[in-house]
Design a binder for this molecule. Structure first.
Ligand code: ASP
Length: 348
């Protein structure tokens, strides 16, 4: 239960949670936010003040774009002082991208921003949406004994886990437990009680004011390696006009075939100023390019380690850094540093 005199702003962007079934086609369609109030009368009973803002029209998260992230950042920034926390209702498909982007765009965040959604619409009897929403509200208003928020981070709450947003990936299109944070511990387990893992939760190091960022550069490609990948596929990707960065999804601990053409193409692209970040296709574990000869060659080609980053986090971090107009060298340096708890730097 949220403490009294707390307040939360719910930002409804769309997604299954607020959808209903079209009577004719049977397909799920977005619906007006009033729908949520009708199906969760408990919202009225909550101790805390709950206000809502909805995207007009609400969107399926497959249509999510950086402009919508800017819109969310603007809403949070304009309302930052008025609320204890923020809950963003969002489709699950791209929720991990949005959570990652927001973690970079909301610099000095000191309040909870909890993204949640559902696998079944809120109007369906077995819906997971009701529980996810009520738990998110509780987490967004949870306070330490000194009145500071318990979770001052961008997080995803799904089913019974609270996770750092930029560490999550959607891994299941069927089960209620749709998200996982493979490389960072959960921030809370939500069962009968919400058990916070205080040691894993980020604490703001200063009390600087929130600094919202809006500049993003999307001239990025994701290139996934597979056995038999053609030289011209890699060459065409790296030759895309205006391309500024590539997330290279490699094997295991950051390994790639030792083909001469591949290393040459990657090396030449790096020299032209394209930032290439090595992220593993494995969900868990970290890139260690020094470990195998197949990774070592990549290192020699000027490729930067993404360590244990998710692809979602690497893509949005690159958008954020490129948007700031930093040089390729500076971006390579910043990709190897954690700026919002998104990577674990191995101890040397
Ligand atoms: N396609 C929907 C969306 O991401 C799925 C969901 O809400 O879970 O908006």
């Amino acid at each position: 239960m949220s403490p009294q005199n707390t307040s939360v702003l719910i930002i409804y962007t769309g997604g299954t949670i607020g959808m209903i079934q079209n009577a004719e086609t049977g397909a799920l369609e977005t619906f007006n936010f009033e729908h949520l109030h009708t199906h969760i009368p408990e919202l009225q009973k909550s101790y805390c003040r709950i206000d809502t803002i909805q995207f007009e029209p609400p969107i399926d998260s497959s249509d999510m774009e950086p402009d919508a992230w800017r819109k969310i950042v603007k809403i949070i920034s304009d309302n930052y002082d008025q609320y204890n926390g923020f809950v963003i209702l969002h489709g699950t498909d791209t929720m991990a991208y949005t959570a990652s982007a927001l973690s970079f765009m909301l610099e000095n965040l000191a309040k909870p921003v909890i993204l949640t959604g559902s696998q079944l619409p809120i109007s369906v009897l077995r819906t997971d949406g009701k529980e996810n929403l009520m738990t998110s509200i509780e987490i967004a208003t949870a306070q330490n004994p000194d009145g500071t928020p318990v979770v001052p981070e961008v997080c995803i709450l799904f089913e019974n886990h609270l996770m750092r947003g930029n560490r999550t990936t959607k891994l299941n299109a069927e089960n209620f437990n749709a998200f996982r944070s493979f490389n960072y511990p959960v921030l809370a387990d939500a069962g009968i009680h919400i058990k916070y893992k205080y040691g894993a939760i980020h604490k703001p190091e200063n009390d600087l004011p929130l600094e919202p960022h809006y500049l993003l550069d999307t001239r990025i490609a994701v290139l996934k390696l597979f056995p038999g990948i053609h030289e011209n596929v890699v060459a065409a990707t790296l030759a895309i006009e205006g391309l500024r960065a590539v997330v290279l999804e490699t094997y295991g601990s950051g390994n790639a075939p030792r083909r001469k053409w591949l290393l040459r193409l990657l090396h030449e692209a790096s020299k032209r100023g394209i930032v290439i970040v090595n992220v593993s296709q494995c969900c868990a574990g970290t890139v260690e390019m020094e470990r195998y000869e197949t990774g070592y060659h990549l290192l020699q080609s000027g490729i930067v380690s993404g360590y244990d980053s998710t692809t979602e986090s690497a893509v949005t971090k690159l958008m954020f850094l490129l948007g700031h107009g930093y040089s390729p060298e500076k971006i390579r340096e910043l990709m190897k540093q954690s700026i919002a708890g998104e990577i674990t730097i191995p101890e040397s």
